[in-house]
Structures are given as C-alpha cells and as structure tokens.
Design a protein around this ligand. Structure first.
Ligand code: IVH
Length: 681
C-alpha cells in the first residue's frame, strides 16, 4: 500500500477502534463482536509496522502495551492533589454543612459521588490528546505512569468532540472485584503472594515495569473532576457532564442534592448497594456544586473546605471461632484458617477467615471458642479483626501454631525475619506433590488435560507417581484397571475414577504430545517458586537452555530485565536442591525440551551465539539501548566477564577491574561504533 493510502486507512481504523473502545468500556454497549474488533486492531498494527513513521503515540494499538519502564520519572502536579477530610459520623457531616452555611451567604447544592477505592490519578490532555498520567505521590509530586495508564481502555487517548487547550482530569484507577479474584487465583497457582485487596492490586499494577502485563490486569478508571484555566463551567455537575461527552467514564451514580436529607438518602442507598457493586467503594464524597462557592469556601493546607468524605464502616459480624485448620499449599507455605460458625456478612455466608500467620494469631490472642468479629473491609476475603474478651469462658485454650505439618508430620520451619511457616518436605508432602503435579499438567504449563480432575490424586494414592518426572515412566500396565472414589471439590459429591483402555490411551498419548511443549513452558511447569509464565518465557529466551540457567549466579539472574532478588534466590535455591536436579535429569531422559529451539534464535541474526558484557557510559545510546540492540540481534548480555565472553562493549568510565579482567582473558574491547559495524557486517 502506498504511504498516503496507508495514512488514511490508519486514521480510519483508529477512529473506528476508538469508537468501539468507547462503546465497550465506557458505555458497556458494544456494537461489534470481539472477533471483528480484533480484526480491525490487527490490521491497524500490521499497517503501523509496515509504516513506522505513521505510528501515533496515542494510537489505539498502544493499549496492548509492551514498553518497559525501569524507573517511573517524578513529575510535579500543576494543581496539587489534595486529600479529603474524612468522617464516619453523621453528626460531623451535619457540622460540615453548618460551617458551609456560615461562610456562604446564598443557598448551596451538593453533588454526592461514590468514593471509589483505588489509586488517584491525574491525566493531562493537550488539544484533546492524553500527554501525561501522574500518580498522587505526596500530592505535590507523583510518578509519571503514562505508558501503563494508556493500557486502561476506558481512559480516552484522544478525546471525543475534541476540546482544545490544556487541562487535567482527576480520577480513581481501580481493579474490579472479579479481576482481583482472578489475579489472586493465578498468583496462588504460581506460588506467588496475592494482593491483600483490590486497591493494593491496582496500585501494584500501575507500578509494573512491563506495560503488556498492566494491559492484562483489567484496570478501570472513574473520572470525578477537572482542573484548567478558562474552563467554561460554573458548576462541578456541568463539568461532569462535559467529561462524559469527551469520552471519559463518569459514574452515573452521582447525584445533585439540595438538602442534607437528600445527602443522607444517597449515603444509605450507597451502603445498601455496596456489597453488590462490581468494584470497591469505601464511602461517599460530598462536594459543593458551585465553583464560585467552592472558591469562597477555599482550602486548608491539606484539603478543600467545600468537600468531605463520609466513610462507611467496614462490614462486621460477630461469630464463634470453633477451630483453626492449617492448610499446606503447593509451595509448602502453611496458612492458618479460622473455622467459624456460619454468619451472614455483606451478602454472603462466612464460614472461614484467613488468619495469615502466627504473628496474627498472637496479636489477636486467639483462644478456642472465642467470640470474634469478622470484617469484610477493603479486603474481599473476610478477616478476624477483634475478639470479644469479656465474653471468653474460662478456662480457655490458647490457639498455638501447628508445630508439625498437618499433612505429612514433618516439623515446620520458619526463616529468620519471615512470618510464614512452611513444610520443608517438598518432595514427599502430599499436598505439595499433588500441587506441583497439578501445576505441571495445567493448560498453560504442559497442557496434559487428560490427567486432570482427580486422576493425579489416584496415581499418587496408588504410589504410581511421587513427582512430575514419574509421569513419563508410566506404562499401560501401570495404569489399566486403577480405580478410586474421589470427592468432587465443586459439588462435594463422591464419584469413581476408573482407568479403562480409552482413558489410559488418552493419558499416554497426551504425555507423548507434551514432549513437544517448548522450553519456556517446561520451565514454567517445573513450579519454581515466584517464577510465573512471563518471567519463565523471558528466562528461557535469555539463557536458551536449562544448563545455562542452572549455572547462572544470583547476580547474573538479577541482571536479566525484571528479575528481582527474591526470584533470583528462589531460582538458585531450586537448582541447588539435588532432588530437583534429579527430576530434571529424568525429564531430560524422557525427551522433554530443555532448550529453545533453533528457530527462536535464528543463526542469521548478526550477533547470534555471541556473548557481551556492557560497561561504562555511552554517547549515542543508553546502556539499556545497547543491551536491547544486542539482544535484538540474537546476542546475549552477561553481567560479568568470563572466558566465554565474546566482546566487552565499553563506554566512558568503564570500571578498571573489568578492563583488567578483559585484557587478561584477551577479550576484545569495543565501542558503540564497532558494535554497530559488527551488526552491519
Ligand atoms: S475528589 C480535593 N471524588 O479519595 C479532593 N475523590 O481521600 C479531590 N476518591 O485522593 C478528590 N472517589 O483518590 C474525589 N468521587 C471522588 C472520589 C475521590 C475516590 C479518592 C481520591 C482522593 C481520595 C481523598
């Protein structure tokens, strides 16, 4: 396609995609199928790839993310981001209204809004284009997180009914409850710690370095205000209507209230609806509607005098703690769970509550049969917040943390400085074995689905398998005729699993097929603590074989983009355990893929097979640019020089130690110009 034609098509596709985004994410009224939408996006991305000069910073293709930010730059707020005065009491709310009446000489009206429980954000638009997104920070200065914000589809990158000039809109980025639960479930599967509540999950997601991951977090954003010079509005309400027209997601739950009676009505309605809303709120914000009146009321150093937040108390119920059970997860972490007399709380029956760890039990000084108060606050999972001490019947037995694993009897361990107990018997503790095998066969790992739903449990109980490598040594004769009664976790009904001819053949053929699963997924399937799918892919690409990964020091691991200390240590600990090495050996003998296939690092790339160490400061490129340049051409970047290093790329101020080492090992030291020449050659 010629350039001019492509420009027009890109414009048209962007317009259409923006329109569909708006319909889907703001109005919740989609007018095309997901498939049709994907086709439009695909065409746009293909054209932008073909004509890179036509890629707009705010093209809807930018929503999928992909850019990496190592450190979010600090940015000043043009208008400070203040907080709100809070109250939990109706009397204080009446006093707020009285103060306003005293200051103003004319009557006033309020706008009541829900108080969304997320992270405040400030978005700057210039001539209708989103140019910057900054978190609240200390109110004066925050972090610039524009790249990540662009992945939130209800935030317009270009305004509808385009508006000229510069202004800032303010809103709350939040994670819907359903996305939060799904995210924590996913984290649990990979042995990562989940987020305590949707607010923390939203805040954590905005700070992710890889915007493609943010795009998958399903964040959303309500807009509740605008700041700018010469804006044509007299009231807050008018500005909310304009924001809606420009394409922002503005809640329809806001309401103008002429009296405190109406304000209390709004508060009560909100409290009733709270439990059934698909996102978290922690109260209601009451704002004076008229801008001139807002100005007259003015500000304290911390918050406006024209607004107040009425906060809902966390929903709470009293019930009896009958027992504590200790649950062992796939990674061996032991979590205490309170068993409660069933009680109704915020629309659902609560029978169990998380007790987190031993410190929490001690802090609450829990005893058996205590009457306890359970809350469902910002946290979706109920928790015990208090004990009714006067109601305790003496003598009462104190709750102690289990000394031994409730599943295998092994004495539990606790690392110094950590609060989590864990069962160290990772090779033989049943839930750990079961969990590891379930993870291994799961769809996103080895995808051996014919082994799901109780079949692994049967194999473990009949001593046919005790680790993941045993799967590949099963024969037809091992399996045929096995049977067991199992309890379906969903329906709580018993059913019988029986291995007949067809089942056995399906299992064996699925195992056979899994030998083709690429290295990155095999690596994920091993179930190394803290190693999720994305990082497994990254490590597989970086090290290209399990042998090289296995040899990597903690420092070399940390040098890989986005690998933190915790993950590096966990990977090292995994490979330092001889049992794991034995399992890998057996899997290798069973022909699983433990290296990336040649097609993934084509030899025709200029730097394929070469290993580089980058040191010093460069003129033309940043150090990260150089690394990306090398990796993009199939080369490998290492943090320390060894005899295997092909080149050291040195800028100014290269460390003298590194220079000495390179010279001693006769490794060529080249500059950025020579690196470019190498690529050209
Ligand atoms: S107005 C000058 N409206 O609550 C005050 N804030 O405690 C401007 N929040 O930082 C804030 N929903 O993150 C306003 N409808 C709403 C809100 C809201 C949630 C958050 C916001 C702010 C915090 C203040």
């Amino acid at each position: 396609m010629e350039y001019e034609l492509a420009r027009k098509r890109i414009q048209e596709l962007s317009r259409q995609i923006n329109e569909h985004n708006y319909r889907y994410y703001v109005l919740a009224q989609p007018s095309i199928s997901d498939y049709e939408y994907d086709m439009l996006l695909e065409e746009l991305m293909a054209l932008e790839k073909q004509f890179p000069a036509l890629l707009d910073k705010n093209s809807p293709s930018q929503r999928v993310g992909g850019q990496i930010t190592k450190k979010f730059p600090a940015a000043w707020h043009k208008y400070p981001m203040l907080s709100l005065n809070n109250t939990y009491s109706k009397e204080e709310l009446m006093a707020f209204d009285q103060r306003i009446r005293k200051t103003l000489d004319s009557s006033h009206e309020y706008v009541c809004e829900l108080k969304y429980d997320g992270v405040a954000i400030s978005l700057t638009y210039i001539d209708g284009d989103l140019v910057r997104a900054v978190t609240r920070g200390d109110g004066v200065q925050g972090d610039e997180v524009t790249i990540n914000i662009k992945t939130i589809r209800s935030i317009p990158l270009k305004l509808r009914n385009a508006s000229v000039g510069t202004f800032e809109v303010r809103g709350e980025v939040y994670m819907p409850n359903a996305s939060f639960l799904a995210l924590n479930k996913e984290k649990d599967k990979t042995g990562e710690a989940g987020f305590a509540n949707p607010r923390n999950a939203a805040a954590g997601s905005l700070k992710l370095q890889n915007s493609a991951l943010v795009a998958r977090r399903n964040l959303d954003c309500f807009i509740y205000g605008v700041h700018g010079e010469g804006l044509p509005f007299e009231t807050h309400w008018e500005s909310l209507q304009a924001l809606k027209k420009w394409g922002f997601k503005v809640s329809d739950d806001s309401r103008r209230c002429a009296s405190m009676e109406e304000v209390f009505g709004f508060i009560e309605e909100g409290e009733k609806r709270r439990a059934s809303l698909p996102f978290g709120i922690d109260g209601v914000v009451v704002k004076v509607n008229n801008y001139a009146q807002q100005q007259a009321l003015s500000y304290t150093s911390k918050f406006p005098r024209w607004a107040i937040a009425y906060k809902y108390k966390a929903e709470r119920a009293a019930t009896r703690l009958t027992d504590v059970s200790f649950q062992v997860g796939r990674t061996g972490a032991v979590t205490p769970v309170a068993i409660l007399d069933p009680v109704l709380l915020a629309g659902s029956t609560v029978k169990r509550a998380s007790l987190y760890n031993e410190d929490k039990i001690n802090e609450l000084d829990l005893h058996y049969n205590d009457m306890v108060f359970v809350e469902k606050g910002g946290d979706i999972i109920p928790k015990i917040v208090d004990v009714d001490l006067p109601a305790r019947k003496h003598p009462a037995k104190k709750i102690n943390f289990a000394g031994n694993c409730p599943e295998c009897g092994t004495p539990l361990k606790k690392e110094a400085g950590e609060s989590v107990h864990y069962c160290p018997n990772s090779q033989a503790c049943p839930p750990q074995i079961q969990g590891k095998i379930e993870h291994f066969i799961s769809r996103r790992a080895m995808n051996i689905e014919s082994l799901g739903q109780g079949k692994t449990e049967l194999l473990i109980s009949k001593n046919k398998i005790s680790d993941i490598s045993d799967l590949y040594y099963l024969t037809y004769d091992d399996l045929i005729g096995l049977e067991k009664k199992v309890l379906d976790p969903e329906s709580q009904k018993e059913r019988i699993i029986r291995f007949r001819d067809k089942t056995v053949k399906n299992i064996l053929s699925a195992l056979e097929k899994s030998r083709e699963v690429p290295f990155e997924r095999v690596l994920f399937a091993l179930g190394i603590r803290h190693l999720g799918e994305t990082m497994a892919k990254k490590l597989a690409q970086h090290f290209s074989s399990i042998d090289r990964l296995q040899e990597a020091s903690t420092e070399e691991l940390i040098a890989v983009h986005e690998v933190g200390e915790k993950m590096a240590e966990s990977i090292r600990a995994y490979f330092d355990n001889p049992n794991n090495l034995h399992i890998i050996e057996r899997l290798r003998d069973a022909d699983l893929l433990f290296r990336t296939e040649q097609t993934q690092t084509p030899a025709r790339l200029a730097l394929a097979g070469k290993s580089f160490v980058v040191s010093g400061v460069f003129d033309k490129y940043s150090r990260d640019d150089i690394k990306q340049l090398i990796e993009g051409q199939g080369g490998e970047v290492k943090s320390s020089i060894s005899s295997k290093t092909s080149y050291v790329v040195a800028g100014d101020n290269m460390g003298p130690e590194k220079r000495k080492k390179a010279e001693a090992l006769h490794i060529p030291i080249i500059g950025e110009k020579e690196l470019e020449d190498l690529i050209k050659e």
